[in-house]
Ligand binder design. Sequence first.
Ligand SMILES: NC(=O)c1ccc[n+]([C@@H]2O[C@H](COP(=O)([O-])OP(=O)(O)OC[C@H]3O[C@@H](n4cnc5c(N)ncnc54)[C@H](OP(=O)(O)O)[C@@H]3O)[C@@H](O)[C@H]2O)c1
Length: 325
Amino acid sequence: IPGQKLVLITGCSSGIGLRMAVMLATDEQKRYHVVATMRDLKRKDKLVEAAGDAYGKTLSLAVLDVCNDESVQQCISGIKDRHVDVLINNAGIGLVGPIESIPIEEMKKVFETNFFGVIRMIKEVMPDMKRRKGGHIIVVSSVMGLQGVVFNDVYAASKFAMEGFCESLVVQLLKFNVTLSMIEPGPVHTEFESKMIQDVKQKEYPGADPDTVHYFKNVYLPSSVDIFETLGQTPDDIARVGSQASLPQSSSPRFRNLTNPLYTPIVALKYADETGGLSVHAFYHMLFNLGPLMHVSMTAMNLSLTRPKKLHISDGLKLKLAPDR
Ligand SMILES: NC(=O)c1ccc[n+]([C@@H]2O[C@H](COP(=O)([O-])OP(=O)(O)OC[C@H]3O[C@@H](n4cnc5c(N)ncnc54)[C@H](OP(=O)(O)O)[C@@H]3O)[C@@H](O)[C@H]2O)c1
């Protein structure tokens, strides 16, 4: 169809990627043809079912493992004229736990997927975009790409790395009329969450001392579960931000897109105090002094949060941030 934009998305077997693929492929005006990619096509059923009639029309499937040069090259070469209008880098993996018990190899896998995986994709499609003087690249980062979170050290680092990379590249690309946007979701209910919980259940955390394991399992994890329950968005919430950013008419899309307004004050904390002390002590206080209280206040927030846009969390933070850490 003339004028239709070709959108390529990575990691479409579940979660945010799946919902983005479906949302764009079922666009009423049929503005997009979506190439939904995944590393293992055996995992395609959920997507195919959700896409309904769009499958085979505005949605096609392709194999793509972001960690594999050949796989990426083959996939892009399989696209007519290698022409990708919108590249959505969504594939990613999480990693939580005390770093003492995580082998370096496992940490490298996170960077290989979340950081080098995105760069591998960008390197493959960017030259054509620059030549054509058009195109849009979207990167699904995380709030943890802007603010670190305890026990998410390596995952946050991989997303910070992506933020730094994109912040640098976006300026050059603008000269070629190629746009770049980041999406920074807070917690989202996807397999990401269940994989984390499953992973924690299976692991023993060898090499970490008992106190650290205690803080991880009995302090951090319950509060993380609470935060997911209270503030978690749906993959469709994130997909909406993604489709907004993919719109053909949005010629100057926003560079950063925090999907959850409740995180705006948390990110602002960091920039409000250049010494970094405010964020460090706020997080320390929330986790170690208010752990049990957090549970109560999150539950209360859950009940009162009918309109999240009202930023109740900033009131919550003010209450919780006593001066004496
Ligand atoms: N859920 C959250 O709370 C949250 C919050 C902020 C940011 N994010 C980010 O959102 C993105 C999507 O995550 P999600 O929440 O939708 O999680 P998800 O349901 O676990 O989906 C992740 C997707 O990435 C794919 N993937 C992993 N490694 C890959 C590789 N080497 N090549 C290609 N695909 C690969 C997975 O494929 P397989 O099925 O083959 O494993 C899966 O389709 C990630 O970048 C994540 O960091 C998530």
